[in-house]
Design a protein around this ligand. Structure first.
Ligand SMILES: [Zn+2]
Length: 372
């Protein structure tokens, strides 16, 4: 993911205005079917354990954040996992094996970027009582590749000279470990896969582990990018070709959800394209006692160029992005992830507590969903 281009805020404000005019139409869109009647937990259903939800008589397996942390470490142990590397191949095999253990069906989308294979791994989980894919599953997604250059604002590598971008000119001398930026979201999704396998949720789920998010230059082609968000754009443009994917009711992107001292703020494009889902997720986190991490009442927002954009604009799937803020030396924000795109994006800068908050929240969102 990347900072938005400088003039994007203006676009967003215009778009928000237009959206407010058109929101009546948007509510009737079939792609928002499942969010028309969200099972948002009421404050009276406050609980101490998500696995013993007596107030709503819904029980589901508990999210094991220590296991998720092990899955995070496992990915980091493969080494930097960017396109074209052996570590990338090994990670793919690991993700494929894990997904096949838990999903009802595992599908891969494979294509090439500059002769390098790019692979999305997609797990299809049936809804409770069903023996076929849901026509409107919930899409949960995270990118599994890592960035080949440590070009974050706090990267010590920046002092060694400017990074080169451009066709085959990318400087790959300082690839990041990608513990938070890559491994954390995947770890949460793979741990959720175990839950869905143990007990089928009321809705079908697609788990999309997408590739090639972080390879290239986000600012190329007037900020359309080159070699970035490859897997999400591919999925957004091709998922209708495989009826097993259905048309997802909505999507939730997890990107950097495991950093220490993490805060997650509402993201502007998420509020623009999927306000109901955004409210529901932050509301669920609040019910679970995680409002210290999911902060939504301060007026603070973030604006991120990430995999959710392709889903919203090309795939017509209303999708939000949950992400620890990217650091900006000119505008520091509480809970930002300073090791972003540096060699310090490692296991030591991640935390079980952060994975737990996100895993619990998403598990509850899915298990309290209305069958569709
Ligand atoms: Zn990144």
């Amino acid at each position: 993911m990347w900072k938005k281009e400088p003039n994007y805020l203006t676009h967003s404000l215009v778009a928000l205005f237009l959206f407010s005019l058109l929101s009546g139409c948007h509510q009737g869109d079939s792609s928002t079917k499942a969010i028309a009647s969200p099972a948002t937990p009421s404050p009276t259903s406050l609980q101490t354990s998500p696995s013993n939800d007596t107030a709503t008589a819904i029980s589901y397996p508990s999210f094991d954040a220590e296991e998720a942390f092990t899955l995070l470490k496992k990915q980091v142990d493969f080494g930097p996992r960017y396109l074209g590397t052996e570590a990338h191949d090994k990670t793919l095999q690991f993700l494929r094996d894990e997904m096949q253990k838990y999903a009802d069906v595992t599908v891969e989308q494979r294509f090439f970027y500059r002769d390098m294979p790019v692979t999305n791994v997609i797990g299809i989980f049936y809804a409770k009582g069903q023996n076929r894919p849901s026509p409107h599953p919930v899409l949960l997604m995270a990118h599994w590749d890592t960035r080949p250059v440590a070009d974050g604002p706090y990267s010590a590598e920046l002092a060694k000279g400017p990074f080169k971008y451009g066709p085959h000119g990318w400087n790959r001398l300082a690839p990041i470990p990608g513990a938070n930026d890559g491994a954390s979201g995947v770890a949460v999704l793979l741990e959720l896969a175990k839950l869905f396998h143990k007990q089928r949720p009321p809705v079908g789920v697609l788990l999309l582990l997408d590739d090639g998010e972080d390879y290239g230059d986000f600012e190329a082609n007037n900020f359309k990018g080159d070699g970035v968000e490859l897997g999400s754009r591919y999925f957004a443009n091709h998922y209708t070709e495989d009826p097993r994917f259905g048309h997802p009711a909505y999507g939730i992107l997890l990107d950097m959800v495991g950093g220490k001292d993490m805060r997650i703020y509402p993201e502007q494009n998420s509020m623009l394209y999927a306000p109901d889902i955004n409210d529901r997720v932050f509301g669920t986190a609040q019910v679970l006692g995680y409002s210290d991490i999911f902060v939504r009442d301060t007026g603070q927002t973030v604006d991120i160029d990430d995999d959710h954009l392709a889903m919203n604009t090309q795939g017509h799937i209303a999708t939000i992005d949950l992400i620890q803020p990217l650091p900006d030396p000119n505008h520091p924000i509480v809970g930002e992830y300073k090791p972003w795109h540096t060699l310090e994006d490692d296991v030591a800068h991640c935390s079980i507590k952060s994975l737990k908050a996100v895993g619990d929240t998403i598990a509850r969102v899915i298990y309290t969903e209305t069958a569709n």
